[in-house]
Write a protein that binds this ligand. Structure first.
Ligand code: GSH
Length: 219
């Protein structure tokens, strides 16, 4: 086993990488980031002072950023599911959608959650309102886009769907996807039915009480 993943099962960006690993049955060693494992936390901080997870370590080589980790896995540990197409034009579409989910769904979603963890006096009401507006705008654009697609970048499951699954999962908990966005809701359901993501969701179930806004009684 050469791959070590520093991660937490409830983290959205970790789930993004877990989906890629599970899609291809890639073996790896869990290095679970938890206060119960101070040694793992120490190793992680030494390896990556920025302390954003997940982090992949392959025979001493550290790979940061969920998208780059998935690119790395495709390059060095390819499996039956090609998450970034060989065709460069198709790959561009995949990468564009991957950026969309990270920047315009996950980022505003995290802004709202992190703001809720601040003391009342340090909250950023304007920033949260902007984040909610961004999510509505993103849902609206995505609804038109997904009306014509099965997966984020077309008919093949890809890196963009690895990004989309946890992003839409938690975004819906944080800022509900309105009933009018039927194609986004249907796409989120397709993602939940995908075995790789279903497994990641199941592994994270015990941690739902940690969700700062209160996890709903549903997926
Ligand atoms: N751009 C990074 C984002 C990673 C990220 O924000 N991870 C969260 C967990 S989902 C984290 O490290 N949170 C810890 C913190 O913000 O202190 C990636 O794609 O890997």
């Amino acid at each position: 086993m050469t791959l070590k993943l520093y991660a937490h099962p409830f983290s959205s960006y970790c789930q993004k990488v877990l989906i890629a690993l599970y899609e291809n049955g890639t073996p790896f060693e869990w290095r679970t980031l938890s206060p119960d494992n101070p040694q793992v936390l120490e190793e992680f901080a030494a390896l990556w002072p920025i302390r954003r997870f997940p982090l992949l370590v392959d025979e001493g080589r550290t790979v940061t950023e969920s998208t780059i980790i998935i690119e790395y896995l495709g390059l060095h540990y390819p499996g039956p599911v090609t998450l970034i197409p060989d065709d460069r034009r198709a790959a561009l579409e995949v990468r564009e959608m991957d950026r969309f989910f990270d920047l315009y769904v996950s980022t505003p979603q995290q802004k709202i959650v992190f703001d809720s963890l601040r003391p009342e006096a340090e909250r950023d009401a304007r920033g949260v309102a902007d984040a909610r507006h961004m999510l509505d705008t993103a849902y609206s654009w995505l609804d038109r886009t997904m009306a014509r697609r099965t997966w984020a970048a077309g008919e093949h499951f890809s890196l963009a769907d690895c990004a989309a699954a946890p992003a839409l999962f938690y975004a819906d908990w944080t800022h509900r996807i309105g009933a009018a966005f039927e194609h986004v809701i249907a796409y989120r359901q397709r993602l939940l039915a995908r075995p790789s993501f279903a497994r990641a969701v199941d592994e994270a179930r015990p941690y739902r009480p940690l969700f700062p806004l209160g996890a709903p009684q549903r997926d």
